[in-house]
Design a binder for this molecule. Structure first.
Ligand code: BGC
Length: 349
């Protein structure tokens, strides 16, 4: 079968090539790939900045935002042939650490977790893949291709859950949330926050096009410009850019007792003008919490499935701005100005 593979830490090594059929050791459920979403992590892996091949191998099958159709459910699963499924990304560390031991692998303590398509486990960008039944999430069949948005939705579901848990350390009735970045994660954050009944503001650099339209279609407010100039004092900021300047301004703009949740992974960039101690002083004097959030556990996968199932299908479909064939994966990895979510489509749905 064909797969999109890469030699991790070697820039430019990605190719679409023949690989063996998936090993039954990878799970009893055999799945036909329908589509795989592309995200910044995939771009980083292809650029040689991140990623690990499975033990004893040099290449990694890329892809962690999956959608597939069950070919063979295997002997012990409640799945049926034809079911649409999405694969959970992370597996607990083998020790296991206390958090992995209780199924909270997203909070792994020792870093020995593994991740499909990212860290030591083959991903989902292959014509067929296998998965353990307990890591296959069956989706509402009416979602169709939109099921490929489940993985990014889990990331934001976890982030919002953690904000809500942290908020309860004192009186907490949040009203206003600011989302920085109107990419797929930011837009899904805006959707989820809107479903929670919050006054949602989204900030991005672009002034026109699909992003502002999608934000307004949710009944949220769109802003182009800087966090500092907004004049908002939100109860929570969901930071989805990973850009230093946006992060530093967010920490200073957050309301008293508010929470800044960082979900973007950035590198380097311009050093923000505010000194670290000034930023910290602002957080101390306003009782703020700045929290990082990555990945998701099974509870978040379940909740994210409910969010997608409740969302307007037409709105969700506008998030998928481009579909590419697997042989054109290089185009899929290129970021174009109007892109929101690009997917590589392996089979018709
Ligand atoms: C994925 C997460 C993963 C993280 C770090 C993200 O792109 O969505 O599931 O934990 O990368 O590897």
């Amino acid at each position: 079968m064909k797969a999109i593979t890469v030699e991790p830490k070697k820039p430019g090594s990605a190719r679409y090539e023949d690989v063996p059929e998936p090993d039954v050791q990878e799970g009893a459920v055999l799945v036909e790939a329908v589509a795989v979403g592309v995200c910044g992590t995939d771009v980083e892996i292809v650029e040689g900045k991140y990623g690990w091949a499975p033990q004893g191998e040099t290449r990694l099958v890329l892809g962690h935002e999956s959608l597939g159709r069950v070919i063979d459910p295997g002997p012990n699963s409640s799945l049926k042939k034809g079911d649409l499924v999405v694969g959970i990304v992370r597996r607990p560390d083998p020790v296991p650490c206390p958090n992995c031991a209780v199924g909270e692998w997203d909070m792994c303590r020792n870093g020995q977790y593994t991740e499909r398509g990212i860290k030591k486990l083959h991903g989902f960008m292959s014509e067929r893949w296998r998965i353990e039944p307990e890591y296959a999430i069956k989706i509402d069949p009416s979602l169709g291709l939109l099921g490929v948005l489940l993985e990014p939705a889990t990331v934001i579901t976890k982030a919002l859950e953690h904000v809500a848990v942290i908020g309860r350390r004192s009186f907490w009735e949040p009203r206003t949330v600011l989302v920085t970045g109107a990419g797929p994660i930011g837009l899904l954050a805006a959707l989820a926050a809107k479903l929670h009944g919050l006054d949602v503001h989204v900030l991005d650099r672009v002034e026109s096009g699909a992003k502002p339209d999608l934000v307004r279609a949710l009944g949220a407010t769109y802003h182009a410009g800087s966090v500092r100039e907004l004049g908002l004092e939100p109860d929570a900021i969901i930071e989805c850019t990973g850009v230093g300047q946006v992060i530093s301004e967010s920490i200073q703009a957050i309301g008293s007792c508010g929470i800044v949740c960082l979900t973007g992974v950035g590198h380097g960039g311009v050093i923000p003008p505010a000194a670290c101690a000034d930023i910290a002083a602002s957080a101390v004097l306003k009782n703020n919490v700045i929290v990082g959030s990555v990945n998701a556990n099974k509870r978040h996968w379940y909740k994210a499935g409910n969010i997608l199932a409740r969302a307007d299908r037409n709105w969700l479909s506008r998030l998928i701005t481009r579909r590419e064939r697997p042989e054109n994966f290089k185009q899929a990895l290129e970021r174009k100005p109007d892109d929101i979510k690009v997917v590589i489509q392996f089979a018709e749905i």
